[in-house]
Design a protein around this ligand. Structure first.
Ligand code: SF4
Length: 277
């Protein structure tokens, strides 16, 4: 792995042991993403992964596998990585990782269940939006129907996951529609947490070119707050889920459990909107 490459991980995992499994992104096409531009994709050899794991404290309880989409390495290699963790770090109770809808689609429910039993306990998945036309416009590489199918497979396999959504991604005037559709998507499966991110137009992305060409108009702050509020209003989880807007990109930092904290969270969004106006 190139020592100059930036390592990305969710803020919930910042204090965990990080084990690189892949470098770069196997897809690298999302119009809003600048994370792995210019970084060639490669799988880290399992011998190197093992060396990293061996360096770990024997009493490590939690590991985060780094890379844009470590599950893209396939079932056999994932099993191998998890077996290495079990062999060298026997007290590790949770291995977590990013995963894409595209890569998960290759796995059977039985394979996902086997990975769960081997120690993979939490995935972070970029669903981004519940609208097909938005997913298509940012070239996300999956459709809503496929995303729901993979989520239901994970539920059957008892493999927990966090759902990442991006507000502002639908552009000016479409935030409410996006929130309603994204909530309708999430309401169809069980997820541990909804993590929101705020769309940023990063330098060097296809999205930035579209903004410069006048093809994409970013939503303003008021619309983005209305989008968060609408998402909260329409989320109706079968089981309690955490709602978390504390990722650094967000314009408001709130956290709570749905459904019981729904009114409080909506109030906090409204208060923020009033302060802005
Ligand atoms: S958003 Fe994820 S899948 Fe898309 S290009 Fe970036 S790292 Fe790759």
């Amino acid at each position: 792995m190139d020592g100059r490459e930036t390592i990305y991980y969710p803020q919930d995992e910042m204090n965990q042991m990080l084990i690189p499994v892949t470098s770069g992104c196997p897809y690298n096409r999302c119009a809003f993403c600048s994370m792995y531009k210019g970084v060639p994709y490669r799988q880290i050899p399992l011998s190197e992964v093992e060396k990293q794991i061996i360096y770990g404290d024997l009493y490590t309880e939690r590991i985060f596998l780094t890379g844009a989409d470590p599950v893209a390495i396939g079932f056999d290699a994932m099993q191998h990585v998890l077996a290495l963790v079990r062999k060298h770090l026997p007290y590790c109770a949770c291995v977590a990782s990013y995963a894409s809808v595209r890569s998960l689609a290759v796995y059977s429910t039985e394979e996902l269940s086997a990975l769960h039993d081997a120690g993979l306990r939490l995935l972070y998945i970029g669903f981004e939006s519940g609208l097909d036309r938005v997913l298509e416009s940012v070239d996300k590489g999956h459709r809503v129907e496929t995303a729901i199918e993979q989520a239901k497979k994970l539920n059957q396999a008892r493999l927990q996951f966090n759902t990442i959504l991006i507000y502002g991604i639908a552009g000016l005037g479409s935030g409410i529609e996006n929130a309603v559709a994204s909530a309708a998507m999430v309401n169809q499966f069980e997820t541990r947490k909804v993590i929101t991110m705020n769309l940023k137009v990063f330098n060097g992305t296809i999205l930035e070119q579209r903004v410069h060409r006048g093809e994409f108009f970013p939503a303003d702050g008021a619309e983005r707050l209305a989008e968060i509020r609408t998402l909260l209003e329409y989320l109706d989880p079968a089981r309690p889920l955490e709602f978390d807007t504390t990722h650094p990109t967000n314009m408001i930092k709130i956290r709570g459990t749905l459904p019981q904290d729904k009114d409080r969270l909506i109030r906090e969004v409204q208060q923020h909107a009033q302060q802005m106006s």
